[in-house]
Design a protein around this ligand. Structure first.
Ligand code: SF4
Ligand code: SF4
Length: 278
């Protein structure tokens, strides 16, 4: 992993001293039929214990005739199971650009079954899955644009949750260190002028005089944070309310709360899902 970007800070796991983060872990949005309690316990349903630990099974306890515990979970209002699976997605996503800069082509998408689209806990059982990887840190992910908790994908059809994963996952490219700057300077460097008082992706204005340091918020790469269990699957700067996306094509962004250069694949302890502010 790219753990040299922030020197010794990249593996800092002391996030709990900052208190629980504010993730309101969205629940899956289609009928989930699972075999018994053990199978349900791994689903990426509400793990909202606020301490990074998994919540117990939320099955309704009503078994169907096959002894399966069937639970209907929330979908965005008015979205059918079929639409959720295969689309179409809302207009805002149809030809939107992904975190990695890829434009979605609604006529050139793969089906979810083609790419073994899975919830994170199921993906962990797959040989192809690398720990910590999920849609939130995939180059093809298009974060939530309408506040329903779901995004889309530049390569796969239907609604996509940030904590999902599939076999064509693609890492976001690591931004290059800007010319004239050393890697060690990234954490504290003044960001380029267009970012200094910019608005975050939900309209929060960045105040250069009132920012936390990378160390204060335990900034690290989201893949590492998820792998180590300090972040939940689906959390990254790219879908954080405070993120100021790239404005000059160098693939770096900034943050309305944290100083220095910030990349879409990063994460910190004050992460706040963009959906909460849309
Ligand atoms: S992991 Fe798959 S479904 Fe998720 S954003 Fe990437 S390509 Fe799309
Ligand atoms: S964008 Fe969000 S997660 Fe990333 S550094 Fe800023 S507050 Fe932390």
């Amino acid at each position: 992993m790219k753990d040299l970007k922030y020197g010794g800070m990249s593996k800092n796991k002391s996030w709990r001293r900052h208190g629980p983060n504010r993730d309101t872990w969205s629940r899956r949005s289609y009928l989930v039929a699972t075999v018994g309690v053990a199978a349900l316990s791994g689903c990426s349903g509400d793990t909202g214990n606020g301490d990074g630990t998994a919540a117990p099974d939320e099955g309704d306890g009503e078994d169907d005739e096959n002894g399966e515990d069937e639970e209907e979970e929330e979908r965005p209002e008015g979205v059918s199971a079929e639409e959720f699976e295969s689309g179409p997605v809302p207009d805002a996503y149809l030809s939107a650009t992904s975190l990695g800069g890829e434009q979605r082509d609604p006529d050139g998408l793969r089906t979810k079954s083609d790419v073994s689209f899975s919830e994170y806990e199921d993906a962990r059982e797959m040989e192809a899955h690398q720990p910590g990887t999920c849609c939130a840190n995939c180059a093809d992910y298009i974060p939530d644009k309408d506040g329903d908790g779901f995004g889309a994908c530049a390569e796969v059809e239907g609604y996509v949750g940030r904590e999902d994963w599939c076999t064509i996952y693609e890492s976001l490219p690591e931004p290059e260190v800007p010319e004239g700057m050393s890697e060690d300077e990234l954490a504290t460097a003044e960001v380029p002028e267009p970012y200094r008082t910019a608005s975050s992706q939900v309209g929060e204005t960045r105040d250069p005089e009132n920012l936390s340091s990378h160390e204060d918020v335990d900034l690290m790469e989201s893949v590492d944070a998820i792998e180590e269990g300090v972040a939940r699957p689906g959390q990254s700067c790219g879908n954080c309310a405070e993120f100021v996306p790239d404005k000059n094509g160098d693939t770096w962004g900034a943050c309305a709360k944290v100083e220095g250069y910030i990349a879409a694949e990063d994460w910190c302890a004050i992460w706040e899902h963009v959906s909460e502010e849309l």
